[in-house]
Ligand binder design. Structure first.
Ligand code: ADP
Length: 665
């Protein structure tokens, strides 16, 4: 069974995935700590601000009540006018330092009746003369102040004006005479207004608690610890959902004490920023999970691609290993990166030995005379520098020198390795063609021998037939003449074949010397066309000649030029049906002179095209239409053109026609 450990998934996906996950988790913890620190800092600052504001407001209330008391102590009788002007001065600076919030000041006389109020408005006017003896929640603190001779503050209550507030009483004693109480009315909404300038980025839950009462920030209400709301100055209560919520949360809050008059007040707050931090962490966490998932998916895809690549590489290697030809791959510097078994066998260098070495050193190439092919003429070099693909065939007569110094002839194909058009290296495939070369040589030798031997008897046959036809031995009757003509025709064909073989043999053996000369190719063409006039007339062919202006002379002998033109024209005539058209064009071109012969004849079948220039090859359609022919003409033509450094090629479509091109310098 395949173990998970042998699986690349573990190595390339799971382990890196886990590592990234760990890094992300650690990072998230770190971020969480930072966020927590950030929020709690803001929170603590705001709490400190709130505490300071509360202290300031309480202090200013105390200052105000003591000032009112001092007013009464400083004068025998304080008139209402005096009280009002004092009040206006006192409250003028609200918010600017002396008094930190709007307040109302009052004087309650020794009978506990409200006598003076500043500022006066509709609400306050209603309670002038109000007898506080009816209100225990006022009377009790008044009496306490009277008894203790110090300031006393009520519980949070509903004021006669219709909103919740606090009353701060300070008893006025002139000696032992009680002169009523100075009173400051604080509206709760003014006491617990949010700290100016704070910009909370989370929900704050803050309230003030004193004894059994709760004063929430932001809501203008008074609650108690039993989940109830105080609804009127008498202190009646009703059940209230907000109050219930405060009562339920009471145990989770932080608390700080603030002393005011005779009571201790607790400023309470629950740090809800934890929720804000958690909300943020949900986003961070979400992004992190998404990130880790994308990384894992990316790794997975990468792993799959890698596996696929490995499989393909393995397949390619197996393929390269198994082919019967030698195969060598190099990088773009010509350093060997791979050689298959057969290549090792051929070169004599083992893979270990050749890897890293220069291709040119391991695979030395020499010509038929044993002369080293210079590096910049090597097909491998051309593949790397010019992206050229080269086929080395049997006719190239190139040899490789193996490790021990032995050499063998090769056929080879060399191609560049292109990645998006860039050369990344090159590959060479080699076949040892020692056997083929030997067979070829033996064949050539045999043909050459046979041709030489056949020449004399064939010439004799032709010569004797000619004599008979010429009537040298008396007249022949019709039947005899026909037979002798056929013998003469066959003799001519045979002698052409033998002649062809002998020409080729000369070329292949290197004995064919291209004669030097200076030939007017247009004139040669005219002469060849003239020689072929009877064949052209027999087939009623329409011949067009297109000669360009100032066609340069070619540096070769007339004989060579004639062979080239004869081959091109006889083929066009032979493989074009009666009344067809043949067009010969000769013109100056970039490489020298281009000759093209175009016909609208039988054409060359697709499957025959690659072999048209090989020795003895004739296409099936040509054999059918024209039984006579040797398959040597184009081979000879190409051998000549190659030797001259020219180029020959063709375009053809079966049933439409062919054009053969030759360029010569
Ligand atoms: P041969 O003409 O004696 O058969 P060649 O070497 O001249 O030999 O030509 C080889 C083959 O190429 C021909 O047999 C024929 O199949 C084909 N061929 C050459 N020229 C033409 C042409 N103009 N039109 C059609 N086929 C051609």
């Amino acid at each position: 069974m395949k173990s998970i450990y042998s699986n690349g998934v573990l190595r390339y996906v799971v382990i890196p995935g886990m590592l990234i996950l760990t890094v992300v988790a650690v990072l998230n913890v770190f971020i969480y700590e930072r966020e927590l620190g950030f929020f709690s800092n803001i929170y603590n600052n705001e709490v400190a601000g709130t505490r300071a504001a509360m202290n300031r407001r309480f202090q200013s209330a105390a200052v105000a009540v003591e000032s009112v008391r001092a007013l009464f102590l400083s004068s025998e009788t304080v008139t209402e006018e005096e009280f009002n002007s004092f009040g206006s001065i006192l409250t003028k600076n609200i918010g600017a330092g002396v008094i930190a919030m709007p307040i109302t000041i009052e004087w309650v006389d020794e009978q506990n009746k409200i006598r003076y109020i500043y500022p006066m408005d509709e609400d306050n006017a209603r309670i002038i003369g109000l007898d506080l003896n009816q209100y225990p929640n006022r009377l009790i603190p008044i009496n306490k102040a009277k008894a203790t001779r110090s300031a006393v503050v009520t519980e949070p209550i509903m004021l006669g004006q219709g909103y919740p507030g606090l009353l701060l009483y300070s008893p006025i004693y002139k000696g032992d005479t009680y002169g009523g109480a100075a009173l400051v009315v604080i509206r709760l909404a003014n006491l617990v207004t949010p700290v100016p300038g704070s910009a909370p980025i989370y929900d704050k839950e803050e309230y003030i608690q004193t004894g059994n009462f709760i004063i929430p920030f932001d809501d203008d209400i008074v609650l108690n610890n039993n989940g109830e709301r105080i609804i009127n100055p008498q202190g009646d209560v009703v059940k209230d959902p907000i109050a219930e919520e405060y009562a339920a949360n009471a145990p989770n809050v932080l608390s700080e004490d603030i002393v005011f008059a005779d009571k201790t007040w607790q400023l309470k707050h629950s740090p809800t920023y934890i929720t804000a931090v958690n909300t943020r962490m949900v986003y961070y966490g979400g992004f992190s999970v998404l990130f880790v998932l994308s990384v894992i998916i990316f790794l997975w895809v990468l792993h799959k691609r890698r596996e696929q690549l490995l499989r393909e590489t393995a397949r390619t290697r197996a393929l390269m290993m198994s082919i019967g030809d030698g195969l060598v791959a190099c990088d773009k510097n010509g350093t060997i990166t791979y050689a298959n078994k057969k290549a090792e066998e051929l070169s004599g260098y083992g893979m270990q030995e050749s890897a890293g070495k220069s291709y040119y050193d391991v695979w030395r190439m020499v010509d038929a005379n044993g002369v080293d092919i210079p590096r910049n003429e090597r097909p491998f070099y051309r593949a790397l520098t010019h992206k050229e693909v080269t086929h080395i065939g049997t006719e190239s007569h190139l040899l490789i020198i193996a490790k021990g110094g032995t050499s063998f002839p090769i056929a080879s194909t060399i191609a560049p390795i292109l990645v998006e058009g860039r050369v990344e290296g090159a590959i060479a495939v080699f076949t040892d063609i020692t056997k083929e070369s030997d067979v070829d040589r033996m064949k050539s030798e045999f043909i050459s021998l046979a041709s030489h031997q056949l020449r004399t008897p064939i010439t004799a046959v032709s010569w004797n037939a000619e004599m008979l036809l010429g009537g040298d031995v008396g007249p022949l009757n019709k039947e005899q003449k026909d037979i002798i003509e056929r013998i003469h025709e066959s003799g001519k064909n045979m002698s052409e074949l033998v002649g062809g073989f002998l020409e080729i043999e000369k070329i292949e053996a290197g004995g064919f010397v291209i004669e030097k000369g200076d030939v007017d190719i247009v004139q040669t063409s005219e002469s060849v066309v003239g020689e072929l006039a009877s064949q052209i007339a027999d087939k009623k062919l329409h011949v067009v000649k297109k000669y360009g202006d100032a066609v340069p002379h070619l540096s070769m002998g007339t004989k060579t030029a004639r062979i080239i033109l004869q081959n091109l024209l006889t083929n066009a005539i032979k493989y074009t049906p009666a009344e067809g058209a043949v067009e010969i064009t000769i013109e100056k071109s970039a490489g020298g002179v281009t000759i093209s012969v175009k016909d609208n004849g039988y054409g060359i079948p697709e499957n025959a095209k690659s072999r048209i220039f090989t020795k003895l090859f004739r296409a099936d359609n040509a054999r059918e239409k024209e039984p006579t022919g040797t398959g040597l003409g184009l081979y000879l033509l190409k051998s000549l053109v190659d030797k001259l450094g020219g180029k020959v090629w063709f375009e053809s479509k079966e049933g439409v026609g062919s054009t053969f091109y030759v360029t010569l310098k």
